[in-house]
Design a protein around this ligand. Structure first.
Ligand SMILES: C[S@@+](CC[C@H](N)C(=O)[O-])C[C@H]1O[C@@H](n2cnc3c(N)ncnc32)[C@H](O)[C@@H]1O
Length: 297
């Protein structure tokens, strides 16, 4: 809902500040607190509090934000200054051009995971009625992004966490794919009985040792179950790769997000399970981030 802007300055915690100067004030506060993207965060929080779009924000930069939004802005700003990630304050995250609801029960989908979507869509080009399996779906971002792009594909989304699956279902309904996305609770393949053209997963892959060095913005807000990959970070890959061939259609493929240093270990697991055509792709920072492999047996 958009709150009408005030034409005159008013009293209150941000009294005398126009929309522009409020944005600048928050940017400076965030900068001083070491927030990574202070300008963007300030803009998103003012937009969320006032209901203004980006364009409206630019047009009304010299107006005064309604006093009714002061408490909301102060609450958002304090939470951001206390280290709460912007997506948790806003309640959503953009992924592959769409908005996904996120809460403390799901990992906020990360931009590097979009590599999996691109690889899946490339593989599905020209195929009709494809079936995809998303293991560890969280917010549902992977499965839902593919189904919204491929409108005759069907998906199955699995997660151990029932709370995460509730969010995935909401996101599926929001993006009009709920009728093509089945959602089941279970550990990896436990609840799976069908065969798929593509199995995708962004499993938990942080080693126990690395967990100790993660930023508080990650450990304090992303669920532990979405991060922890065991002593060597490979627990989920071992489970997924050893079972995947039973659930792939002939010439099916697997697409796995990996940690920057896990390429050789995950390649080894895939080779030992007789996967072929194994390729590793890099994210925008040049780090290994995704492995693709085919199963031809
Ligand atoms: C790294 S998050 C990925 C979430 C989402 N797919 C994404 O890319 O944004 C890993 C997900 O795997 C789920 N998970 C962890 N262990 C699992 C298991 N044994 N079986 C199924 N899902 C599991 C977590 O609940 C979490 O949602």
């Amino acid at each position: 809902m958009t709150v009408p802007l005030d034409q005159r300055p008013h009293s209150g915690p941000y009294s005398g500040l126009t929309v522009n100067s409020l944005k600048r004030f928050l940017t400076t506060q965030f900068q001083e607190a070491g927030v990574e993207t202070p300008d963007l965060d300030a803009r998103l929080l003012v937009m969320a509090a006032t209901g203004l779009t980006h364009t409206e924000l630019i047009i009304s930069g010299r107006d005064f934000p309604p006093a009714a939004t002061f408490d909301i802005i102060a609450d958002y700003a304090n939470r951001r200054l206390a280290g709460e990630p912007i997506d948790h304050i806003l309640g959503y995250r953009e992924f592959y051009g769409r908005r996904f609801k996120v809460t403390k029960d799901v990992l906020s989908p990360r931009p590097e995971t979009e590599l999996l979507i691109e690889a899946a869509l490339e593989n599905l080009r020209g195929k009709t009625g494809a079936k995809i399996l998303d293991l560890g779906t969280g917010s549902g971002a992977i499965a839902i992004s593919i189904l919204t792009e491929e409108n005759d594909a069907q998906g199955l989304a699995i997660d151990m966490s029932g709370a995460a699956l509730d969010i995935a279902k909401e996101n599926a309904a929001q993006h009009n794919v709920a009728d093509r996305l089945k959602v089941l609770q279970g550990s990896w393949f436990e609840a799976v009985t069908e065969h798929f053209d593509i199995i995708l997963s962004n499993p938990p892959y942080i080693t126990d040792a690395a967990m100790k060095h993660l930023a508080p913005e990650v450990t304090g807000f992303d669920p532990d179950i979405a991060l922890r990959g065991g002593a060597d970070g490979l627990a989920a890959y071992k489970e997924i790769i050893s079972n995947a061939p039973q659930y792939l259609k002939p010439n099916g493929i697997i697409l796995l997000e990996i940690g920057y240093d896990q390429g050789p270990s995950v390649t080894d697991l895939l080779e030992r399970r007789n996967f072929s055509d194994i390729t590793t792709s890099q994210d925008l920072s040049g780090h290994d981030r995704m492995i693709k492999a085919a199963y031809k047996a």
